[in-house]
Write a protein that binds this ligand. Structure first.
Ligand code: SF4
Length: 388
């Protein structure tokens, strides 16, 4: 019988589980304040989900106050077109890992316009050069063993590298360094967006987000409306919670960006630009999110901080890999996210694979009742299938 999972998935997922699962437990044991922060964050995110229009408007006003331009896109087409108009063609674009960019097909769209586009997160870069789809919300190249990565780098880029994580990271760094320096535009996502200030918080370890958001003259923030939180305080909390439950705590970097670069060094008068970007744009995508906010069951997935922990504890994901969900939204969180962004009929077949072990609910920092959401997707899917 043909396996549902990609080749060597069992090796890749076993290695990932062995390093990630104990790391998160150790972090939670060492920093006992984290579950309380997660509870506080849940309350703040609930407030935004209940009042999306108010907080989107507040974010718009804050972004304009700090010298940026704000756009709300209802659909993927609209979102891509807005970015296309800002960017134009013939540009070098660097991107940091961004699930909403994958959700809306942003990279292929910008390439089609005649731009050279590079993913700068190592995992996403590997997925790009392999011409494959991401397999995990946080570690997109999770399905690729180090042996396969070495082979792909040789085949696609002519880069000779042994199957060794340190050597792979080093060669990718050398390749991407030149792209950062040439880039005209940097596109990032956001871990959290503070409605009160327009500040964007991004948590990372590689340093690629820092360079993507600072080196090119234009910075575009492109993400979903659910990234809005009421205040900068809540946005800071979100970075801590996301990093901890992803097993990477403390994160190497937390980036805060609020508008184009500026200086107040001459007579304490704040002017823009300074050394960083001259232009700052924010494009927030709805694509089913406000509709989901009104759904009595599905609304809860909008609380997700994309830590990926539910996938690491899910026996269906261990067996089926990225086919449990639809890239970029894979694993237990991937089922409701696919339902929100692509509809029940697309999420349904993968939902039917769920065995309802319930592990995902136990480990989710946001306390999302994932089995309930997945059961809802199954029910709605079967109702629609029966109607046909
Ligand atoms: S559903 Fe929960 S555990 Fe899964 S990625 Fe989202 S926040 Fe993390």
């Amino acid at each position: 019988m043909e396996s549902l999972a990609p080749p060597n998935w069992d090796v890749a997922i076993s290695r990932a589980k062995a390093s990630n699962i104990p790391a998160v437990f150790e972090i939670l044991k060492r920093h006992t304040y984290l579950p309380d922060l997660a509870k506080e964050l849940r309350k703040a995110k609930e407030e935004v989900i209940r009042n999306f229009d108010y907080y989107i408007d507040l974010t718009r006003k804050s972004i304009e106050r700090i010298g940026g331009k704000f756009y709300l896109a209802e659909t993927p087409d609209e979102a891509r077109e807005i970015v296309g108009k800002i960017v134009g063609n013939g540009k070098v674009i660097v991107m940091s890992k961004n699930n909403v960019a994958t959700e809306t097909g942003l990279r292929p769209y910008l390439e089609k316009l005649g731009n050279e586009v590079w993913e700068t997160d190592l995992g996403e870069f590997l997925v790009q050069i392999a011409n494959e789809e991401p397999s995990h919300i946080l570690a997109p190249a999770l399905h690729m063993t180090k042996e396969r990565i070495s082979q792909v780098m040789k085949e696609r880029l002519g880069i000779d590298v042994p199957p060794d994580p340190v050597a792979i990271a080093q060669r990718a760094r050398e390749f991407l360094r030149e792209k950062f320096l040439k880039a005209n535009v940097g596109i990032t996502g956001a871990n959290a967006i503070a409605a009160d200030t327009g500040a964007v918080l991004l948590v990372e370890n590689e340093g690629n987000i820092r360079m993507t958001s600072v080196l090119p003259p234009v910075h575009i923030v492109y993400d979903g409306i659910e990234k809005i939180v009421p205040t900068l305080y809540h946005a800071m909390i979100e970075t801590l919670v996301q990093a901890a439950y992803a097993g990477l705590y403390p994160p190497t970097y937390v980036n805060l960006t609020a508008g184009p670069s500026s200086t107040a060094d001459v007579e304490m008068y704040r002017v823009s630009p300074a050394q960083g970007p001259k232009e700052f744009y924010m494009i927030l995508v709805d694509n089913g999110r406000r509709k989901a906010a009104k759904d009595p069951v599905l609304w809860e997935i909008l609380l997700c901080v994309r830590c990926g922990r539910c996938s690491m504890h899910c026996p269906t994901y261990w067996a089926a890999g990225p086919r449990f969900g639809k890239p970029p939204y894979t694993g237990p969180m991937g089922i409701p996210w696919t339902a929100v962004t692509r509809g029940i009929m697309e999420a349904g077949p993968a939902a039917m694979l769920c065995t309802h072990s319930g592990n995902c609910r136990e480990v989710c920092p946001m306390g999302i009742d994932l089995p309930k959401l997945i059961l809802h997707v199954k029910n709605e899917y079967l109702k629609q299938v029966m109607k046909k």
